[in-house]
Design a protein around this ligand. Structure first.
Ligand code: AMP
Length: 135
């Protein structure tokens, strides 16, 4: 059975999409630790990130890098924090989190944002991603 993230990437479950290509998809975490918390996934389903083959892993992390660059421009911050856990959803995902201090990476402290704000944040990141990755 397809994972919830496969269904999100296929558009079968709604998400706040920020970027995509034929092999990858990026969207806002529904339960963010900071505004602009993004998840980046490969469309191909692999539970554990370090089981992904080398070439696909390279492409995946390069895509995540491009998303992080757009995220930093859309949500000005000191750094984009990166985390991989995967304890909840068995489909590889990289967390990208706009950070100004260590406490912005505290996964035990979540922020709740109204849907309109999630939509506006996703649109701002998507716009930057498109600008930075114009052919
Ligand atoms: P983990 O597997 O421990 O890295 O955590 C899974 C992450 O996925 C959590 O931060 C959740 O808030 C997030 N998440 C779970 N379901 C959804 C969903 N439908 N849309 C967006 N994010 C989700």
């Amino acid at each position: 059975m397809a994972s919830i993230f496969s269904k999100i990437a296929a558009g079968e479950i709604p998400s706040y999409k920020v970027a995509a290509d034929d092999k990858h998809y990026a969207f806002l975490d529904i339960n963010p630790v900071a505004p602009g918390h993004v998840l980046v996934i490969p469309r191909k389903e692999t539970d554990y990130i370090f089981d992904i083959d080398d070439k696909e892993y390279q492409e995946y992390t390069l895509f995540a890098k491009r998303v992080a660059q757009a995220l930093k421009e859309a949500m000005p911050c000191k750094r984009i924090g990166v985390a991989v856990m995967g304890l909840e959803v068995p489909h590889a995902h990289i967390h990208l989190i706009p950070m100004n201090s260590e406490s912005d990476m505290n996964f035990k402290s979540k922020v709740t944002l109204p849907a309109e704000e999630m939509e506006a944040i996703a649109a701002a990141i998507a716009k930057k991603f498109d600008e930075l990755n114009k052919a």
